[in-house]
Write a protein that binds this ligand. Structure first.
Ligand SMILES: [Zn+2]
Length: 129
């Protein structure tokens, strides 16, 4: 059995394509039941988008904390996506998850460094007053 959307090989038991997250049409009843759960959670793209945003913002001075926040969102999206697909992880979702983890680490380090720098600058400038 092949995915209608991306043409990748599918397990007969799976309800969603492990590659693109497209729902797999089965029995009519199953399709209607699963379609109510269909939504952004079944789409791995937000995981990737939040992951990229997270890692990008994590390296920008003064707003590194935004990267940290976006990465945490990306990681939670990845977790929800993995739960939704029953552990099957798409390439997009796993890349997004990796980027999110990297974003959290980078964001945390940069936030810490800039906090220290800002505290240092404030402490240094206050000596002159
Ligand atoms: Zn597919």
């Amino acid at each position: 059995m092949l995915c209608e959307k991306c043409g990748s090989q599918l397990n007969d038991n799976s309800r969603f394509c492990p590659n693109c997250g497209a729902p797999i049409p089965g029995e009519e009843q199953n399709v209607t039941t699963t379609s109510t759960y269909e939504g952004p959670m079944g789409n791995p793209t937000p995981v990737l988008v939040w992951g990229i945003l997270g890692l990008s913002f994590a390296t920008i001075p003064y707003i590194n904390f935004l990267g940290l926040i976006f990465s945490i969102i990306g990681l939670s999206k990845a977790k929800k996506y993995a739960e939704f697909t029953g552990g099957a992880c798409s390439k997009q979702a796993s890349i997004g998850r990796g980027l999110s983890i990297a974003g959290i680490i980078v964001g945390a380090i940069f936030t810490l460094i800039f906090t220290i720098v800002i505290i240092g600058l404030v402490a240094a400038s206050s000596r002159y007053y």
